[in-house]
Design a protein around this ligand. Structure first.
Ligand SMILES: Cc1cc2nc3c(=O)[nH]c(=O)nc-3n(C[C@H](O)[C@H](O)[C@H](O)COP(=O)(O)OP(=O)(O)OC[C@H]3O[C@@H](n4cnc5c(N)ncnc54)[C@H](O)[C@@H]3O)c2cc1C
Length: 520
């Protein structure tokens, strides 16, 4: 029998594997995702999706559906605060309202939606766009050479093994990543922070929630530290428990998981709710490890690590899944351009160059949120200063050969800049400028390169593989940091690849595009 061949094999069919498959499909590239489990995630896990993720969902036509589904479970305006218990005092407010301060920066909003609800939506769209997803199938071996990768797959029902030949592999196989281990890639960072649990439960907490800002509710009391996510009825939800007891410097405090009994789980849930008067029913308990680490490389040859396989963070701030989706967004268009022969293979080297420093920053910032919100007594000596969420979402700066710096600017080396100051700086996400009723400059990006120029800009010879947009909207040139004669070249992932602040020629534009695409 002829060997199965596919441009991209994706190991792992969860949030990041499926997002990669969907984005490759969006670029017209078929992929095969193999996933051990019979279906998508069974536990809610990620529940807080940031602007870059919802912008990506908008690009593939899922924004309205995801926002509507989110409303079935959560209040759109929840915040992040801390209480002694649901029945007790409120002790801190970390984020007043999920979307406070976001307006004007994005055509979309942050959403609360659970991972087990979001994944089937992404999976369906991936299939519509031509991806293949094979469940109950495990990748057991990868063997790469100069022209591709031969993967050995095992059907977990029949035990039968087969091989598939792929040009490239995305290892989106999670925190324990067997592919990362196989490639001998290490992890570095803060290591294991805790052995934690999540208790899924039913309990009518609606009265206790009256008057509370209902989003993510942290709990700090002598019995435990963690956080609640409750649905909008206040009747079902989950409680994440990071640590137990008052002295969080003791090793026992960070091991909630080992030896946990049903009775102990109920006792902890009861302590977090703070009253005996609400009947509780524990539905399930998930055990997991909070870690804060980044891979020493995200690429080995033709294999690319993405998602938790490349970086793991504690679930404080909602960074894990969102960062993984950014990996997928960064990688998909690059793989597509190389596979279609539109870019040189060196473009793929820019994935690690752009994403790993930002993954490290994300790991640091998630750790900062863990340290300040969960274990402040441990001291702040090794904790990086807090960078605000909007900057972490929209102000990250990428550097690689796929970003041409301003010819008149000096690189300050910063990995982040507040979006009000970024103003179309190469390497940052191109700014949102409204173009009329629910239309944004961001809607011009996604599949191809886009040239955005102001009214008086010259009419250059625009290469065939670039969409040319003349933007006749007040404030556009200013938002993009260019003059009326200037122009900006935006990559398919919505990142500014090059700009000319003043007048430019068609040759300059073409050579910038060739440099970004690593074309000789
Ligand atoms: C309690 C909790 C709350 C969280 N909250 C948030 C949040 O609010 N926002 C956020 O962004 N993130 C959050 N996260 C993190 C988020 O859940 C993860 O970052 C996300 O699931 C990572 O997705 P992934 O696809 O990279 O990995 P995973 O979801 O771990 O998926 C990897 C998949 O690969 C499969 N696999 C592994 N090996 C193989 C193999 N050899 N062959 C085939 N399949 C294989 C596995 O079965 C698995 O399905 C939270 C996590 C937890 C635990």
């Amino acid at each position: 029998m002829a060997q199965e061949e596919i441009p991209v094999l994706i190991v792992g069919g969860s949030l990041v594997g499926l997002s990669s498959a969907m984005l490759l499909g969006h670029h017209g590239v078929p992929s095969l995702s193999v996933e051990r489990h019979a279906g998508t995630a069974i536990h809610p896990r990620a529940g807080h999706f940031q602007l870059r993720t919802t912008e990506m969902l908008r690009q593939v036509g899922l924004e309205d559906e995801v926002r509507a589904v989110s409303l079935l479970t959560y209040h759109p305006t929840g915040g992040i605060n801390a209480v002694e218990s649901l029945a007790g005092r409120e002790i801190a407010t970390y984020v007043k309202e999920l979307n406070e301060g976001v307006e004007g920066f994005s055509p979309t909003v942050r959403v609360f939606i659970n991972q087990d609800v979001l994944e089937p939506i992404i999976r369906r769209r991936a299939l519509e766009l031509g991806a293949t997803v094979r469940n109950r199938t495990e990748t057991v071996d990868l063997d790469q050479d100069d022209s591709g990768v031969t993967a050995t797959l095992r059907d977990l029902d029949s035990g039968a093994e087969s091989t598939v030949r792929a040009r490239y592999v995305i290892a989106a196989d999670g925190n324990r990543s067997p592919m990362r281990a196989r490639l001998g890639i290490g992890m570095e960072g803060y290591g294991e922070l805790s052995r934690s649990i999540t208790i899924y439960f039913r309990a009518d907490c609606s009265q206790l929630l009256e008057g509370r800002n209902q989003g993510v509710i942290y709990v700090h009391n002598p019995a435990l530290r963690g956080f609640f996510r409750l649905d909008r009825s206040g009747g079902t939800g989950f409680l994440v428990i990071n640590t137990v007891g008052e002295d969080v410097t003791r090793p026992e405090a960070v091991n909630v998981s080992d030896g946990l009994t049903d009775e102990r789980a109920r006792e902890l849930l009861r302590a977090a709710i703070g009253t005996d008067e609400v009947p509780i029913e524990v539905l399930d308990v998930a055990h997991w490890r909070a870690e804060s680490n980044v891979a020493t490389t995200m690429t080995v040859g033709r294999v690319f690590l993405a998602g938790d396989a490349a970086h793991v963070v504690p679930p404080n701030g909602g960074y894990g899944g969102n960062a993984g989706v950014q990996d997928a967004l960064n990688l998909a268009w690059k793989l597509a351009a190389v596979i279609k022969g539109e870019a040189g293979e060196a473009l793929l080297d820019t994935y690690d160059a752009e994403r790993r420093p930002l993954a490290r920053l994300t790991v640091e910032q998630a750790y900062t949120r863990y340290a300040t919100r969960v274990v402040p007594e441990r001291g702040m000596d090794d904790v990086e200063p807090f960078v605000d969420d909007l900057t972490m979402e929209l102000g990250l700066v990428m550097r690689s050969s796929a970003v041409i710096p301003d010819s008149d600017g000096e690189d300050d080396g910063a990995l982040h800049v507040h979006p009000t100051l970024a103003r179309g700086r190469p390497g940052t996400r191109a700014p949102h400028v409204p173009l009329g009723e629910n239309r944004s400059t961001l809607d011009l990006f996604g599949r191809r390169f886009a040239l955005l120029r102001a009214l008086r800009s010259p009419d250059p010879q625009v290469p065939d593989d670039v969409d040319d947009h003349v933007i006749d909207v007040d404030g556009f040139a200013d938002a993009y940091g260019i003059s009326a004669e200037g122009a900006t070249l935006v990559r398919p992932d919505g990142v500014v690849g090059w700009r000319s602040r003043g007048a430019y020629t068609g040759d300059e534009l073409r050579s910038a595009l060739d440099a970004i695409l690593a074309r000789a």
